[in-house]
Design a protein around this ligand. Structure first.
Ligand code: CA
Length: 586
């Protein structure tokens, strides 16, 4: 259990830090206004008339908070987020649909809403992460933005999606994924809770400010990106603008992909004649081995975009025809040794690139494109765990319990031993497993795919209401493949006769891992882009992006281009910093 918990924390830290914004510039609130707001905030408790769309809704906490530095975050040590200056606001928590599930667990949907005294007339819902179950801070941290949404004057909503990790974690039923044993909890996680909490928040905003928001937005990545997609497809009237980063919109199939990739790495351990353990999985590629992999991919594809700069500008051009010969050049002539790759290692990489398949060759989940971020630390932690085995691969620690509990019917209890999770993944049968994903087994009335997927190309409602959708996605994302996202956009584009870009744009981020990190220009303000698109009809021709301090080239700037366009250097151009200027072409 220690391994599981450790990696879950790591995942949460990764997902949360992806949303960390800078500090706010909020000034001191005016005393008289604050006093009036404090009274109005308290008035909610005393019976301000709220017409709850869901009759079971009740408030569990209302407190007015003065402007100032936010309180330190609750949570495990080492994952504290930067504290932001927050404006004076009414801090509200509520709950609805309190009930006992078929698994005997007590469930409810909890939400958290912060209403600033100095409201800008706008509403933001922030997305969740991983298996959810956390209430969320409702501060609206926005990757790449100068201040959290609350500090910008937005009313901000967060929710736990219908289960509570503090209450509903059951070690013997796959830990925090135990909610997958209850049909309603599974459905709420998959998307049913989204409309319920959004409508509750809008009702509360209406009662509190005396009017509805002029503009409503959603911002999330990973599971939060799946939620953004579910909203655009299934509840198109709720939001004007949605940022759905690295969308887990094929979550059940991506979980099959995680099992596939783990089996690929396990084959390397077996080829060495070793037993497959969590620790040995982490050592199937040493850091130096992964360095060779990155070198081979760059040697094959870096210059193809017009500039050898460590960035593969067009992942679609980086084919196996180009990469495999470069990997072969680095293959050991004899036994595995330092400085070369074994045949089994290269075969494992090809399996990951090809993606999960059934025994008859049917693609079950997209493969992962060759890219410069393969082998980066974030990529490695998802795929392999730490080199010393001290940190379990997230694909096993979170992927296996989720696959067994939430994405398969009937759900299966793996017990609380992380080794059991590994055994489940190693024994996973891709034919039977994919059937369990589509099966409808009582007490479930929908399949795991129906509950959790949000991959439809039907955006009729969202498009008709003028909605706008931005989808940033790391090309080196190790869990949700950008190939799946690009294929989806192509389907949307076909459905709307080549006009998908009028309302939905995917921005691949070369080198970036899951929501952030990697050898990438991973600092960009997608939220500013969506508000400009919605409110000023200014469609993003590109997203300006900058490399962070951990990148090989801190401070480097590049435009992110809307797929299928790619950034190419303008011939003969030299900017002030000595680099060429770039344009989006294609
Ligand atoms: Ca390049």
């Amino acid at each position: 259990m220690v391994g599981l918990r450790f990696s879950s924390v790591t995942l949460t830290a990764i997902l949360l830090s992806a949303c960390a914004g800078g500090s706010s510039t909020a000034g001191p609130a005016q005393t008289a206004q604050t006093a009036g707001s404090a009274k109005r905030c308290q008035g909610l408790v005393e019976g301000l008339a709220v017409r709850w769309p869901e009759a079971s809704t009740r408030l569990t906490g209302v407190v007015h908070r003065e402007a100032g530095l936010e309180q330190p975050q609750q949570g495990p040590p080492g994952m504290a987020l930067p504290r932001a200056n927050l404006p004076a606001h009414c801090d509200i928590t509520g709950v609805m649909q309190e009930r006992t599930g078929v698994d005997g667990q007590d469930y409810a949907i909890r939400f958290h809403l912060r209403l600033p005294d100095d409201w800008n007339g706008r509403f933001l819902m922030q997305g969740g992460g991983g298996t959810n179950g956390e209430l969320g801070d409702a501060v609206g941290r926005l990757a790449g933005a100068s201040a959290p949404a609350l500090a910008q004057g937005f009313a901000v909503l967060a929710q736990d999606s219908g289960h509570d990790n503090a209450r509903n974690t059951v070690p013997e039923r796959n830990g925090a994924a135990a909610f997958g044993f209850d049909p309603q909890a599974r459905a709420d996680y998959g998307g049913d809770s989204l409309e319920k909490v959004a409508l509750a928040a809008k009702a509360l905003i209406g009662a509190y400010y005396g009017g509805q928001p002029r503009y409503s937005y959603f911002f999330g990545c990973s599971k939060g990106g799946q939620e953004g997609m579910a909203l655009a497809q299934q509840y198109p009237d709720l939001f004007d603008g949605i940022v759905a980063g690295a969308p887990g919109f094929s979550l059940p199939r991506a979980a099959i992909g995680e099992a596939w990739n783990t089996q690929a790495f396990a084959s390397v351990v077996k080829a060495d004649g070793r037993q497959v353990t969590l620790a040995n999985l982490g050592s199937s590629f040493s850091p130096a081995d992964l360095g060779l992999v990155g070198q081979a991919i760059l040697a094959a594809c870096d210059a193809g975009d017009g500039l050898a700069d460590g960035i593969i500008g067009d992942f679609r051009q980086c084919t196996s025809d180009k990469v495999l010969p470069k990997l072969a050049e680095r293959r050991c002539s004899g036994a595995k040794a330092d400085g070369c790759l074994s045949a089994a290692q290269i075969e494992a990489l090809e399996l990951i690139h090809g993606g999960a398949r059934s025994s008859d060759g049917k693609q079950l989940y997209a493969g992962f494109p060759w890219d410069a971020g393969w082998g980066d630390m974030g990529w490695r932690i998802w795929m392999l765990g730490s080199p010393d085995g001290g940190m379990t691969a997230i694909n096993v620690a979170m992927g296996a319990p989720s696959l067994a509990s939430v994405f398969s019917s009937p759900p299966r209890a793996l017990g609380s031993d992380p080794a059991a999770s590994l055994a489940y993944v190693l024994g996973y049968d891709f034919d039977r497993g994919s059937a369990a994903l589509d099966a409808v087994v009582p007490p479930f009335t929908r399949s795991a795919w129906e509950d959790n997927a949000a991959r439809s190309s039907n955006l009729d409602g969202f498009r008709a209401r003028g909605g706008k959708l931005i989808v940033p996605h790391g090309v080196s994302d190790p869990v949700f493949s950008i190939n799946d996202t690009a294929d989806w956009w192509d389907e949307v584009n076909r459905r709307y006769n080549g006009r998908a870009a009028d309302f939905t744009r995917v921005f691949p981020v070369p080198g970036m891992g899951h929501c952030q990190g990697g050898p990438a220009t991973d600092n960009f303000d997608a939220f500013a882009a969506i508000t400009n698109w919605v409110e000023r009809d200014s469609a993003p021709a590109s997203l300006p992006a900058k490399a962070g301090p951990m990148a090989p080239w801190p401070g480097r700037e590049r435009p992110l281009c809307p797929y299928p366009q790619v950034a190419r250097p303008v011939k003969g151009s030299v900017a002030m910093n000595g680099e060429p200027t770039f344009e989006c072409v294609g």
